[in-house]
Design a protein around this ligand. Structure first.
Ligand code: ZN
Length: 380
């Protein structure tokens, strides 16, 4: 009687993808749920968005099919975001398998990660939990598991200065890309982390959207090549690598191991304890040494084409530690920049102009993480 009642309750809740904190947990074996890195809020063009990754490991001896994944306020139970169907499969990656599987099955013994963002404007929960509705694959009834309670960080570091001058520069990044920076875990010292969670690849364009003069296979033809790369804050230089050469052709750039994929790079320690990373720098251009104190706006190096890259650009990210691959990516904002527009379809970059700012969208942006594929102008 009690079991039947619980099952009814469970099925009804599965349909709504909400579970009150007081519900009796199912004893069905299923997922181990983990959030490895505390969710962090970022100031975006769409207001405050919290970024997190939910890890689900299937501890049963059969596959489990994900139906719905929800983030709820750990206190009030409000659903902050939930994903099902295609919205879920697009956010789902299975560790060690290609990103293109397109379904929501998690095989026995394997780990999946759901990449999640949720808005935190009027309501800012201090902690969240995760509610996962799932089914065994062959018609068995859906069940719900709740877990991975975690605090949420709203800590905002000091706004940063521009990493480059002039423009237009395209802020190439998107949380949804199956092969983007945010999807790249490194487990180099016994812990899996995402250093590039908020990374931006900066690519210079002209008004027609071209990225290069003449033939783009020559790195130095790229419009951004050789541009000065600037300290985003008063800081201390903690790492410099300047021993990598450049491929003379973009098309012949060899594959690089993780240890070399950043090419030549500079790391600086900011006053608030975060670290900023500048990668793929031009050989021989690095103008600073480890231990140097640098001031905001000071030239660190020049944009180049070293390491793993499909064209000259500046890779920039901020993280919580000095290790380029063994630290967690942290949100950052730029104190001000001019928004020109954006690429709605990034495959048009290099071939066609960007889309103009939409009516009513303000040109001067302040204390904001540049939006996905935004086209921006910095002071000369
Ligand atoms: Zn990058």
């Amino acid at each position: 009687m009690k079991t039947a009642m619980n099952l009814l309750v469970t099925c009804a809740l599965a349909a709504m993808s909400i579970v009150p904190a007081t519900s009796v947990p199912s004893l069905q074996p299923s997922f181990d749920l983990r959030v490895l890195d505390e969710p962090h809020a970022a100031a975006t063009d769409a207001g405050t968005q919290v970024f997190e990754e939910l890890h689900l490991t299937n501890f049963t001896d059969s596959p489990l099919w994900l139906i719905d994944v929800a983030v709820v306020d750990a206190r009030g139970g409000q659903v902050l975001a939930h994903f099902d169907g295609e919205a879920l499969t697009r956010r789902l990656a299975r560790i060690g398998t290609p990103a293109t599987s397109g379904d929501a099955t998690v095989p026995s013994g394997s780990r999946a990660v759901v990449y999640i963002e949720w808005p935190a404007n009027a309501h800012r929960p201090r902690a969240v939990e995760h509610v996962v509705t799932y089914a065994p694959p062959h018609g068995a009834p859906a069940d719900v598991v709740r877990g991975a309670r975690t605090a949420v960080s709203y800590a905002a570091g000091a706004p940063l200065g521009p990493p480059l001058r002039g423009g237009p520069w395209v802020a190439v990044h998107a949380a949804s890309w199956a092969r983007g920076h945010r999807r790249v875990f490194n487990a180099v010292d016994g812990q899996a982390r995402i250093p590039g969670r908020f990374a931006i690849d900066w690519i210079r364009v002209d008004d027609a959207g071209h990225t290069a003069r003449q033939h783009p296979d020559i790195p130095s033809n790229w419009l951004g090549y050789g541009a000065d790369v600037l300290a985003v804050a008063d800081a201390t230089v903690v790492t410099v690598r300047d021993d990598m050469t450049e491929s003379p052709r973009v098309s012949t750039n060899p594959r690089h191991a993780l240890a070399d994929d950043a090419g030549n790079f500079v790391t600086i320690r900011l006053a608030d304890g975060r670290y900023a990373f500048y990668e793929h720098l031009r050989p021989g251009s690095i103008a600073v040494h480890v231990g140097d104190r640098v001031h905001r706006g000071e030239v660190l190096a020049q944009l180049g084409f070293t390491g793993a890259s499909t064209g000259p650009h500046l890779h920039f990210h901020v993280s919580d530690g000095p290790s380029r691959v063994g630290a967690e990516g942290r949100p950052f904002t730029l104190a001000s920049f001019e928004l020109l527009g954006r690429y709605d379809d990034i495959s048009a970059l290099g071939k066609a102009p960007w889309a103009e700012r939409v009516e009513g969208e303000s040109e001067q942006r302040h204390d904001e993480w540049p939006a996905e594929n935004a086209v921006v102008q910095f002071p000369e």
